[in-house]
Design a protein around this ligand. Structure first.
Ligand code: NAP
Length: 305
């Protein structure tokens, strides 16, 4: 068997189109233009690129973008004051503080200061708690993207065995909660899990979020399984150039899996689209309007296994 490739770029573009349509309808019918504030502290080059892409995507989807760039030596108190101001600003529906923050700032304190209703990154403990309780919540973008990708292959995840490798607060744990919400049977594996290959082999859905390049091997994958690779690690490549690798040994895993995400071009492109989706959802929730469900895109018939 040769796995079908789950094309994250195309799926992310479709999601972005749906988000832009929803934003357009809100502006036309409700005079509500969703607004996203992005706070960048310092000038980490990777963060600059990421924030630039977010701003472009936000404006391109018909929403307002508010960029706040603060010097690397800004005090924690001044950053908290800005977050407080954005919490109170009615044209700002989503707030994102770009991580990592400089070492003198307590990131957890800053993230906890964001109004949970505007927490479009879904990192606030209130949103994680709401997700755990099965209440409407803003869920973290990368796990949301993983679920949407899996559902393009398997429109219903109900009853499927899902194994997540990794239990971080930003990927593994919220992903487990989202999959439980889809009625999958969920196992969360981590560095202390015994016989990980055997645990993986029973999965219809494998989600790898470890941060170790090509960690998941062919023999770990049940034939026909759907494999979603969250990992991104930059490694030295040919000719002195670097390249990105996922957590799954892509070439060999593709010989067994039914469908698989590539790295790059799989989960990565979904993150910004899910951020925009969360911004529209946050704007609707704050206005007391029904929130659109972006979790299901048109299933790719060619990709059903
Ligand atoms: P993390 O916080 O470092 O968590 C890694 C997880 O992997 C931990 O739960 C750890 O277990 C587990 N792990 C480590 N070694 C293991 C082993 N030998 N066997 C089994 N489990 C093991 O990482 P993260 O933030 O979740 O990110 C994971 C990967 O996803 C990274 O490559 C990151 O770059 C990528 N990522 C991509 C996106 C995106 O595409 N937009 C977003 C976020 C993250 P313990 O808990 O026991 O230590």
């Amino acid at each position: 068997m040769t796995a079908r490739i789950i094309d994250g770029k195309t799926i992310a573009a479709e999601l972005r189109g749906r988000v832009a349509d929803a934003a357009h309808r809100l502006a036309r019918d409700r005079t509500l233009v969703p607004g996203l504030a992005v706070v960048l502290v310092g000038n980490n080059p990777a963060s600059e690129v990421y924030v630039g892409s977010k701003t472009k995507a936000t404006v391109g989807s018909g929403m307002r973008s508010f960029d706040h760039r603060l010097p690397a030596n800004v005090s924690e108190a001044d950053l908290l004051t800005l977050v407080g101001r954005l919490n109170r600003d009615p044209v700002v529906h989503g707030i994102l503080v770009q991580l990592p923050l400089p070492a003198h700032i307590d990131s957890q304190k800053v993230l906890a200061a964001i109004d949970p209703a505007k927490d479009v990154d879904g990192f606030h403990p209130v949103n994680l708690g709401r997700l755990a309780a099965g209440l409407p919540a803003l869920a973290p973008c990368t796990p949301l993207g993983c679920v949407i990708l899996a559902k393009t292959v398997r429109p219903s995840l109900e009853g499927l065995e899902a194994v997540i490798i990794g239990r971080s607060n930003i990927v593994g744990k919220p992903l487990a909660l989202l999959l439980l919400g889809e009625n999958a049977t969920v196992t969360v594996a981590h560095s202390r899990t015994e016989d990980l290959p055997e645990v993986c082999r029973r999965a219809d859905l494998v989600f790898a979020a470890v941060g170790r390049p090509e960690f998941v091997r062919k023999g770990w994958i049940k034939p026909g399984a759907t494999v979603i690779d969250v990992g991104i690690t930059r490694v030295p490549g040919a000719g002195g150039k670097s390249k990105l690798l996922g957590d799954v040994a892509f070439a060999e895993a593709s010989e067994v899996a039914g469908a698989i995400t590539p790295v790059p071009g799989g989960v990565g492109p979904m993150t910004i689209s899910c951020l925009l989706a969360n911004t529209v959802r946050a704007a609707c929730m704050q206005a007391g309007l029904p929130t659109p469900d972006f979790s299901r895109l048109s299933p790719d018939e060619s990709m059903r296994d």
